[in-house]
Ligand binder design. Structure first.
Ligand code: ASP
Length: 369
């Protein structure tokens, strides 16, 4: 079976440990990895703006001795002529060994992965998931705190559309005695499916608040996020919420001395520049970690898929099994889901204990059945 990385839960805890181990070895011995991907290519298919994710994927492949093709905007290629995600991915497969895709629609990378025989890495799909940011975050937590257990993690800002938060919760929920404090205004609370399917289902300790000041002293990790302007349908709502949380030195004074402040970046105004000089500000160290963990991931996926090919087990993933097909349902209610623009996605829903769920974006289906 082909291995992709679409959701952080596609990796077991043992695989995450292994990736962190390899990333740390790369940090210590970079020259030993400098031609591991000689002759291999990554295609970076970026339909949405990116600085760190694309730079780090591209430098990861270059530092492994490989090369890079791709686009950084959908206006630079046949997407502008109306080409589908499936066809663009199939084209990239003719030239590259692995794909990293960022898209503004939830579930897009999953569609790409279902259509090609090379590994696909989700480099951010709409407001849904961002598993390689989470790997970066995990490497950062590991290097800064030395453990994933017994941590109180504050996630602050746009918890509704912040895909990095969704993936980080899914990842950190698998470690022991982790507590989440979810800090957001009412309008930007964590999506219901994450609360029920991850936090409540796994009996994870969590609390919701709108006050950063009130919880600051409790935190071991503070994960700040940007309010995701591009995901708002109504700009007046964004205008009302912009600047709602600003971390400054005054607030940081009440925090633990070994707190770490993380941010997937870019920041808009949610961390005052004065905070950058505080040793607890880990966000630029976090950026650096992104390249090393992506190097480890590229190596792992290429190696695993090569093994599968040699063993004759290689096939396209078929998460879209017959039992998940419900022909009476033809549309996902999430307007940001890839199924709203891509043709041929009829197998949209799986049955769960709580009703139907879209396969691509995990949104609950609200239509009558
Ligand atoms: N760079 C992160 C992302 O792509 C965070 C952000 O854009 O706010 O999701």
């Amino acid at each position: 079976m082909k291995k992709d990385l679409i959701d952080i839960r596609d990796l077991s805890l043992a695989e995450i440990d292994e990736l962190i181990g390899v990333a740390e070895d790369i940090i210590d011995n970079p020259s030993q990895y400098s031609d591991k991907c000689k002759g291999r290519k990554i295609a970076t298919l970026f339909y949405e703006p990116s600085t760190r994710t694309r730079f780090s994927f591209e430098s990861a492949m270059l530092d492994l001795g490989g090369s890079v093709i791709g686009f950084s905007s959908p206006t630079d290629c046949s997407v502008a002529k109306g080409e589908s995600v499936a066809d663009t991915a199939r084209t990239a497969e003719c030239f590259a060994d692995i794909i990293a895709m960022r898209h503004y629609k939830d579930g897009a990378a999953f569609v790409a992965a279902s259509n090609v025989n090379i590994p696909v890495i989700n480099a951010g799909d709409g407001g849904h998931n961002h598993p390689t940011q989470t790997l970066t975050d995990l490497l950062t937590i590991h290097r800064e705190k030395g453990t994933f257990d017994n941590l109180t993690i504050g996630l602050c800002g746009d918890l509704k559309y912040g895909r990095t938060v969704h993936s980080l919760i899914a990842a950190m929920s698998r470690y022991s005695n982790v507590k989440f404090i979810l800090i957001s205004p009412e309008e930007l609370k964590i999506p219901e499916n994450i609360k029920t399917e991850i936090l409540e289902k796994n009996e994870i300790d969590f609390a919701e608040t709108d006050s950063l000041e009130a919880v600051m002293p409790e935190l071991d990790v503070l994960y700040m996020t940007r309010i995701q302007r591009e995901r708002f349908r109504d700009p007046t709502v964004y205008a009302r919420l912009e600047g709602i949380y600003i971390l400054d030195n005054e607030k940081l004074n009440t925090a633990k001395s070994d707190l770490i402040v993380m941010h997937p970046l870019p920041r808009v105004n949610e961390i005052a520049v004065e905070v950058d000089d505080d040793p607890r500000a880990a966000y630029f160290r976090q950026v650096k970690n992104g390249k090393f963990i992506r190097m480890a991931l590229i190596l792992k996926l290429l190696e695993l898929n090569e093994q599968e090919r040699v063993n004759g087990n290689f096939s396209k993933p078929s998460k879209l099994g017959a039992e998940s097909f419900d022909p009476s349902i033809i549309r996902c209610d999430n307007a940001r889901c890839i199924s709203s623009i891509e043709q041929g996605l009829e197998h949209l829903f799986v049955k769960t204990d709580n009703g139907y769920r879209c396969l691509y974006c995990e949104t609950k289906a609200h239509k009558s059945f």
